[in-house]
Design a protein around this ligand. Structure first.
Ligand code: ADP
Ligand code: F6P
Length: 469
């Protein structure tokens, strides 16, 4: 079997605290690579002075981790700059937050070249390369320019917006169109894949064989939909075990006989945490019988704090949590418990299982693994209720969740009331539908479907392809 080389900006290195690293990509790839041998290449997480970037290698449980440091300016321009101040907001439909700088774009291209140089050193001709997420759109092009004709696939973990929005990205051909150097480009949902197809057809006038196969020079580039999953069986087992352990019992005991609602998100504006707090405020106002009877636990590790929008949002959420607690709280009851720290997977699993409902209300999300983890963690006999944003990719598979518009605090408040009042038969029926999806499409299935599609025979040797746009 061919060696798989996984490439992503964020690498979950084996360490004592890796189990508490937030971020869907790292969690998903960790699950995928448990299947056997492979290489995981990416950023070491360290910044160093220019010229002192080193490659590091760690071998652990069949996986070789090769990582590179970044110089401080590369980190600033590529990660904090182009990837997270330009690409992230645009891909999440937030043009108002996007900040373009040619310097950041140059840094982004430069780091992709640096990654390609790093990979070039160990690549074998029959390796299958799987690149992940918006940090690395131009990587295949850089590898092709170094002569590599390997199968190279790309998977986007985040949403792909309609072309009308995407073309607001200055010089979008340099980044988005470079995806055509991959053999297979995978998305979370049909809507994302359709948006990419429309971009290629209408904006770039790219010839296609059908809506999912495009002709890029003498090569073909295929588009596919591969909704990412979780480690369904293992996660349920973990949740069952830890819900019985001291920590989960202590949390439950501290709630008395109150219901618990849980939210778990990186501190990111795409997650809609501020609006969620407002919806909980609305819920306490509209349904006063629940006052004193329910506690909302929001677990939110800080993320990308060096970026201004993130720092501002952090302050705003702190303030709105304080306002709700001040308005409704009592000496013996705090309506919202707000925690800014990571937890181990087992602790999270136990907390999910103990919660009567989960609030997963991103304004826009590629998939949202928290929604899937929450469902996987439930006791099938007495499951909690998932309140899910219709704008999360997970909503395509989870029609049995209580689907809400996160921009409508009254609707979310009504869904909270419905979740907490839902009869057990309905809870079981909804859970059954969702767990069936998760049982089939777990993380291993996701990985093997993608690699299977990538390595399936297709035609043509590589000849450099140039965008006509
Ligand atoms: P994103 O990739 O945008 O962060 P996802 O919901 O897809 O969003 O994935 C988040 C992942 O990070 C999940 O696997 C979740 O369990 C994990 N996570 C989120 N918050 C925490 C936390 N406080 N501690 C540990 N892991 C967390
Ligand atoms: O899943 C989306 C994602 O952006 C991943 O690419 C990333 O690893 C994760 O969220 C966390 O973000 P960061 O790597 O910037 O901490």
């Amino acid at each position: 079997m061919a060696r798989i080389v996984v490439v992503s900006n964020r690498v979950s290195l084996p360490s004592r605290d890796r189990d508490a690293q937030a971020g869907g990509l790292a969690v998903a790839l960790r699950g995928f690579l448990k299947r056997g041998e492979g290489i995981w290449f990416g950023w070491s997480g360290r910044t160093v002075a220019k010229g002192e970037e080193t490659l590091h290698r760690v071998d652990h449980a069949g996986v070789t981790y090769i990582t590179t440091d970044l110089s401080r300016s590369d980190y600033q321009e590529y990660y904090n700059g182009f990837a997270n101040r330009m690409m992230w907001p645009i891909l999440h439909y937030r043009l108002d937050l996007a900040e373009f700088s040619s310097r950041d774009l140059a840094g982004y291209i430069r780091v992709n070249e640096l990654f390609a140089d790093g990979i070039h050193q160990f690549l074998r001709p029959d390796d299958v390369i799987w690149v992940h997420d918006y940090h690395l759109l131009p990587l295949a092009k850089a590898l092709r320019e170094r002569g590599h004709q390997n199968k190279i696939g790309f998977f986007l973990h985040v949403p792909f917006p309609p072309p009308e929005l995407l073309t607001a990205l200055p010089k979008h051909e340099r980044t988005i169109l470079s995806l055509c150097h991959y053999d297979l480009v995978g998305f979370q949902t049909d809507g994302d894949a359709d948006n990419f197809e429309r971009y290629l057809t209408n904006e770039c006038l790219m010839p296609s064989r059908n809506r999912r196969t495009f002709i890029a020079g003498t090569r073909t580039m295929r588009i596919g939909v591969f909704p990412v999953g979780v480690e369904t069986v293992e996660f349920e087992r973990l949740a069952r075990r830890t819900a019985r352990l001291a920590f989960a019992r202590e949390v439950l005991a501290s709630l008395g006989d109150r219901r618990m609602i849980i939210g778990v998100d990186r501190l990111d504006y795409s997650k809609g945490i501020g609006l969620r707090v407002r919806a909980f405020d609305q819920f306490l106002a509209d349904y006063p019988r629940w006052r004193g009877g329910v506690t909302y636990l929001q677990i939110t590790p800080r993320s990308r704090s060096e970026i201004r929008e993130y720092a501002n949002m952090e302050r705003q959420i702190d303030e709105s949590v304080g306002r709700v607690n001040g308005r409704y709280g009592e000496a013996a009851w705090t309506p919202i418990r707000y925690v800014n720290r990571p937890y181990s997977r087992s602790t999270l699993a136990g907390l999910y299982r103990s919660a009567h409902a989960a609030l997963v209300t991103p304004l826009r999300d590629g998939m949202n693994l928290v929604a899937k983890e929450y469902v996987a963690a439930q006791d099938a006999e007495d499951p909690g209720v998932l309140i899910l944003s219709r704008f999360a990719g997970a909503a395509c598979e989870f029609q049995a969740a209580l689907l809400v518009n996160p921009n409508d605090p009254e609707a979310v408040a009504a869904a909270i009331d419905q979740a907490l009042s839902m009869p057990i038969e309905e809870r079981r029926a909804r859970h059954r539908q969702m767990i069936n999806v998760l049982a089939e499409n777990d993380i291993k299935f996701w990985g093997s479907r993608f690699i299977g599609a990538l390595t399936a025979p297709s035609d043509g040797a590589y000849r450099p392809w140039q965008a006509s746009a």
